[in-house]
Design a protein around this ligand. Structure first.
Ligand SMILES: [Fe+2]
Length: 392
């Protein structure tokens, strides 16, 4: 046996790292623990700042069944609250979909951009969550309005993304969660970029499967032939030697993620020489992905809807002056990404289907999927002790 043969034999004999248990990707009770220990305690991305530009602008965000009211106050700052009246617990505001489905017109909600009024007994709150008025209750009767502030939710922004924290009393600052990401992306004008297009997807897969797929390129050669035509290095060694810190090189003559590898848009000013021709990616735990080309960003906000279902909002961000140009057409990037996205969702859904099998107790990570050891650690640290207390 030659040295090369021995090394191959040795490599194949080496034990592969195990994935999380398959049950963690499919069980409703594990999803419930993830809701409490991850999505209600970490900062989670929910939208872009530009989607609520003016005082009074608001949206109802469903975070794994918790209805959150996000509003821009009169001073221009974002505030968020549980969408629950402090009086009897009524829902304060309906989402557009809930309004459309409603057969009864009730008063209340956000009124004329001035306050939040409960549709039940008309308790009203300002955009900082303070109770302004409760009909027929007065201080002379011992009623103290300051005792009835809306339940707060943390709001912070970075890079133009709005993040919420549903347990703000125990939350670290967003910056502590982002670690080195802002520094690594400091030359990209993320906060100033604007949404040029959005694709929304409903993926029949657990959110962790989608994260794991984003974190490895072992699958790229087989699943993404069109992408590999622009980025041939995705085929090399299953993506084992990709240098994400420096950026991924394109084929000669290509410098961005479009079918042709080129675009009429300019590169963001201020990028270094590598960033002008290479591609970078970041996974912002637990639910935001950033894919950065020299002229656009493809960004993903995951919102789990159940153990086996995840909504994904994919925003394509561009410089405002590009969007404002007559005839602005983002389709060179959008159509290319949409193809890649659909390929990814298809394989993720295939995993979700496969791991339902009674024989599959866990999978394995190949060495070139090492980044997923980080996801395994991240999830295990947060829910491991709690899942152990659950019935199988
Ligand atoms: Fe992929």
């Amino acid at each position: 046996m030659s040295a090369a043969d021995r090394s191959v034999a040795g490599a194949s004999a080496a034990p592969l790292e195990r994935t999380l248990p398959s049950s963690w990707y499919r069980r409703a009770n594990v999803f419930k623990i993830e809701k409490e220990r991850i999505f209600c305690r970490e900062w989670i991305g929910v939208c872009r700042e530009e989607e609520l530009p003016d005082p009074g602008d608001h949206r109802v965000v469903d975070v794994l069944g918790e209805s959150i009211l996000l509003v821009r106050n009169r001073e221009g700052s974002l505030r968020a609250f549980y969408n629950v009246c402090r009086h009897r617990g009524s829902r304060l505001c309906k989402s557009p979909a809930e309004l459309a489905a409603s057969t009864v017109a009730l008063p209340g909600g956000i009124t004329a951009g001035r306050m939040i009024v409960c549709p039940y007994h008309q308790w009203s709150y300002d955009f900082n969550g303070a109770l302004i008025a409760a009909p027929h209750l007065s201080a002379s009767g011992g009623f103290k309005k300051q005792d009835f502030h809306l339940y707060p939710v943390g709001v912070e922004s970075w890079g133009g993304f709005v993040f919420l924290n549903l347990t703000p009393g125990e939350a670290l600052p967003l910056a502590a969660q982002l670690h080195g990401i802002p520094d690594r992306l400091r030359r990209y004008p993320l906060a100033a970029l604007r949404i040029g297009a959005t694709m929304s997807y409903e993926v029949a897969a657990n959110w962790k499967i989608i994260c794991e797929n984003y974190n490895e390129c072992y699958h790229c050669a087989g699943v993404h032939p069109e992408l590999c035509a622009v980025v041939p290095s995705f085929r090399d060694g299953g993506g084992a030697d990709l240098d994400w810190s420096r950026g991924i090189p394109h084929r000669d003559g290509a410098y961005t993620f479009t079918k042709s590898g080129t675009t009429s848009r300019r590169a963001f000013p201020g990028l270094d020489a590598d960033e002008q021709v290479r591609h970078k990616g970041e996974l912002v735990y637990p639910n935001v992905f950033l894919s950065l080309a020299c002229d656009h960003a493809a960004t993903y906000i995951l919102m789990p809807r159940g153990a086996d279902r995840t909504d994904v909002a994919c925003h394509f961000l561009f410089e405002a002056h590009e969007i404002d140009k007559p005839g602005f057409d983002p389709s060179d990037a959008v159509e290319f990404w949409d193809l890649i996205n659909r390929q990814d969702w298809a394989v993720c859904e295939g995993v979700q289907q496969g791991i339902r099998s009674r024989v599959h107790t866990h999978g394995f990570y190949a060495p070139m999927e090492d980044w997923n050891l980080d996801i395994r650690r991240y999830v295990t640290e947060r829910i491991g002790a709690f899942v152990g207390q659950e019935p199988p």
